[in-house]
Design a binder for this molecule. Structure first.
Ligand SMILES: Cc1cc2nc3c(=O)[nH]c(=O)nc-3n(C[C@H](O)[C@H](O)[C@H](O)COP(=O)(O)OP(=O)(O)OC[C@H]3O[C@@H](n4cnc5c(N)ncnc54)[C@H](O)[C@@H]3O)c2cc1C
Ligand code: FES
Length: 299
């Protein structure tokens, strides 16, 4: 398999920068919001793209950690990352204080693509994944203010204590539906169940598009729902990553050949199609992390 490492968004400059910490705030038991001064990255990053962050100044841990940018702040000079403390690297991030610095590479990957052929645009997020949808929501909110497009957000969390970013999503306008698995806040149920009721109640299956980011079980349910109803959708794939730039092949994933041929210009992707079967191989850091629901093969 050949490797190319040019930026996946044509003409976009990928920067490496030392970004001072402006704030690092705890949102709940597991999640934090890190604000970094990174004007070069903030200037060009698109919804759904990510940065690869070195979590400390030395070599331990050696590898960078990938994070989607939640939103641009401070007049476009800063970026915010919402992160879950999952292991050693993110524990180190949670200890950062204003004035500390992180080494960042970005913007990386290709982001969400607006589907202007549909009227109803629905953000569907689960857990920490909701953060990856917010800047897309900001673009959709602006477009909704200028034309016939409608925005709705369906955000699912495990329980009341895990609910976060409610005010931020409410500020986007449109309908906001919160749900918890145990019913302790908002509606009881999982994000895709709530999405299904919303689409049925609105009768918008023929005129909607879904943009999703969440854990793998949510992705599976979403892909099944969208395929069953013929609803176009895009979702964020999470794979372990090392380089983030297409050089190490760690983030290799299977993709559906027919879905790829429907949605991509192969000449400008890194996807290799298997001539002997219905699948192909993509690199999540270059061809994603955002994929169409027709493209993904969830094993
Ligand atoms: C494109 C992309 C965007 C991401 N955006 C965000 C984000 O905005 N906020 C956020 O909280 N997390 C995000 N993640 C996941 C985040 O990168 C991992 O949680 C983080 O690297 C864990 O580092 P750690 O050293 O704390 O954990 P480790 O000690 O390395 O691992 C702890 C646990 O996390 C799992 N893990 C580690 N890396 C990944 C990964 N890349 N994908 C899935 N599981 C992983 C491990 O299997 C293990 O169970 C993203 C991942 C990708 C690929
Ligand atoms: S993370 Fe190295 S190729 Fe994707």
């Amino acid at each position: 398999m050949s490797v190319r490492s040019e930026p996946p968004v044509e003409g976009q400059h990928v920067a490496q920068t030392r970004a001072p910490v402006l704030a690092n705030e705890r949102l709940n038991e597991e999640h934090w919001r890190l604000t970094l001064a990174a004007p070069e990255i903030a200037a060009t990053i698109k919804p759904g793209q990510f940065v690869n962050l070195r979590v400390n100044g030395g070599n331990d841990p050696l590898c960078r950690r990938p994070f989607t940018v939640f939103r641009r702040v401070r007049d476009g000079l800063g970026i915010e990352i919402v992160y879950r403390v999952a292991g050693r690297g993110t524990r180190l991030m949670a200890a950062a204080r204003p004035g500390d610095e992180f080494d960042l590479i970005g913007p990386l990957g290709s982001g969400y693509r607006l589907d202007e052929s549909k009227r109803m645009h629905i953000l569907v997020g689960g857990g920490c994944g909701v953060a990856a949808l917010f800047s897309l929501g900001q673009e959709l909110s602006k477009a909704a203010g200028e034309g016939p497009l409608e925005l709705a957000s369906v955000l699912g969390f495990r329980s009341r204590s895990m609910v976060m970013l409610e005010e931020e999503f409410r500020s986007l306008g449109g309908e906001l539906i919160l749900a918890t698995d145990d019913g302790t806040y908002g509606r009881e149920g999982r994000a895709v169940e709530v999405l299904s009721s919303f689409v049925e109640a609105r009768g918008c299956a023929d005129d909607c598009v879904v943009y999703a980011s969440g854990p793998e079980p949510m992705n599976r349910a979403l892909v099944a729902f969208c395929r069953k109803h013929g609803i176009p959708g895009q979702l964020a794939m999470e794979k372990h990553m090392l380089c983030g730039i297409g050089a190490c092949l760690t983030c290799n994933c299977k993709v559906d050949k027919a879905g790829v041929l429907k949605h991509r210009d192969l000449a400008s992707s890194h996807i290799q199609l298997d001539p002997e079967s219905d699948i192909g191989y993509a690199m999540v850091c270059q061809d994603g992390p955002i994929f169409s629901v027709d493209e993904v093969v969830l094993e």
